[in-house]
Structure formats: structure tokens, C-alpha cells
Design a protein around this ligand. Structure first.
Ligand SMILES: C[S@@+](CC[C@H](N)C(=O)[O-])C[C@H]1O[C@@H](n2cnc3c(N)ncnc32)[C@H](O)[C@@H]1O
Length: 206
């Protein structure tokens, strides 16, 4: 098994999700952006299952659609709230805190790569309130054994509030139900870091 370089936080997020995701599963990308994470998750499904990818910027969804198309994958663009029951790759032009308007299944995996769109408007960043609401919905929807990977960026203006909100959320999760792993490049200041939350499998006694 080839593991990512130690400082490749996004590579680690994909690796930790790949450990639990199987073809046929249900996945969410809360921040499609340029589509790197969406494509990585789509590949894990091998053409079976469902992936919902959200972004509030059309330009991001265009980039994601192009990246999927280049990889030979077809997707549907969704512009109005609706429960999505069928398999497929769906690119949703909406804020991720509206996830519950679309989600019809328990989630096996999810990713949230926070901050601003690389190459885009650096003032348009993910915000603490909507981020936390979206993460809470994912955590409720995770099936036992499912995982959520959050790539947190402490470096840009406005990031501190979101970092604090996400840290407060994950540190309050009951240890009986969730495990939370933090991966950080300890010798690089303000580098992005990874929080991975796993929903524990319920042990049935006796
Ligand atoms: C760091 S980028 C994501 C990178 C992306 N996952 C990739 O692989 O290229 C963050 C994205 O979050 C999006 N975003 C910001 N607020 C959002 C919200 N409330 N709902 C959904 N997407 C949002 C931005 O438009 C931006 O494209």
C-alpha cells in the first residue's frame, strides 16, 4: 500500500476515507471547489452508489464538472432543492448547510475542504455557522464505520473563528459514538491540518 507523503494532508484525507468507502456507498463533498476531492471520492465508488457535491459558486461546479468529464465520469447538475434517491454523481449549487434537503441515505463518507477556492475569490470563504451546521448534519447521517474528513485552514483572514467553531464541535462529540483523529504537520506554522471523525460501530453485548 502506498501512503501519501507526510505533509500531504489532502492525500491523507483521501486515504482515510478510502479505508472505509466501498462501491455502492453514499458520499458527500461539502465543498466541491476545483473538484479534486469530488473526483477522488467518485473514483472510490467505481460507478456504483451516490455522491453529492456542494458549492455556492457556479465557477467551482463548472471546474468540478470538467474534472469529472476529463476522467470519463458523468454527473448531473442540481439547482433546486430535492431529495436525491438515485445513484449517481450530483453537483449541487447550494450551501452545504442545506444538505438535509437533498440527502436520502445514511452516509459512508464525507469530506469538507474548508477555506476559499484556489485561483478564485479569496474573500469568499467557508463560514463558521454554515460549516458547523453542515458538519452536524453529516455527523448525524454517518453510518456506523463511516468517516468525515475535514481539512481545516488556519492561515487566511477570517479563518480563526471557523477553526474555533470546528474544534469546539469535534471536541464535544461523545467518545462512545465517535473517534476523532487530528493530523497536523507540527513543524509548519498555520499549515492546513486534518480532522477525521469516525462513527463507532455499535458493539452488541452478549
Ligand atoms: C478550499 S475550496 C474546496 C477545494 C475542493 N474540495 C477541491 O478539491 O478543489 C472551498 C470551496 O468551498 C466553497 N464554499 C464556501 N462556502 C460554501 C457553502 N456555504 N456551501 C458550499 N460550498 C461553499 C467555496 O466556493 C470553495 O469553492
Amino acid at each position: 500500500m502506498i501512503l501519501p507523503p507526510l505533509d500531504d494532508i489532502i492525500g491523507w484525507s483521501h486515504r482515510l476515507l478510502a479505508e472505509v468507502v466501498r462501491p455502492g456507498d453514499a458520499l458527500v463533498d461539502l465543498t466541491a471547489g476545483n473538484g479534486h476531492d469530488t473526483l477522488a471520492l467518485a473514483r472510490l465508488l467505481e460507478g456504483k452508489g451516490q455522491l453529492l457535491a456542494f458549492d455556492i459558486q457556479e465557477v467551482a461546479l463548472d471546474a468540478t464538472a470538467s474534472r469529472l468529464a476529463e476522467a470519463g465520469l458523468t454527473c448531473r447538475r442540481i439547482a433546486a432543492a430535492q431529495t436525491l434517491e438515485s445513484d449517481g454523481l450530483f453537483l449541487i449549487h447550494d450551501s452545504h448547510h442545506h444538505l438535509d434537503r437533498y440527502l436520502a441515505r445514511g452516509l459512508n463518507g464525507a469530506i469538507a475542504n474548508l477555506g476559499y477556492l484556489p485561483g478564485g475569490d479569496k474573500g469568499l470563504i467557508t463560514r463558521p455557522e454554515t460549516t458547523v451546521r453542515a458538519l452536524e448534519q453529516v455527523l448525524d447521517a454517518l453510518v456506523p464505520g463511516g468517516r468525515l474528513a475535514v481539512v481545516v485552514y488556519p492561515g487566511h483572514p477570517g479563518a480563526e473563528e471557523e477553526v474555533a467553531a470546528v474544534e469546539t464541535l469535534v471536541s464535544a462529540l461523545p467518545a462512545a459514538d465517535y473517534d476523532v483523529l487530528r493530523m497536523v504537520v507540527a513543524n509548519r506554522r498555520r499549515a492546513p491540518y486534518l480532522l477525521t471523525v469516525g462513527r463507532r460501530r455499535v458493539e452488541i453485548a452478549g
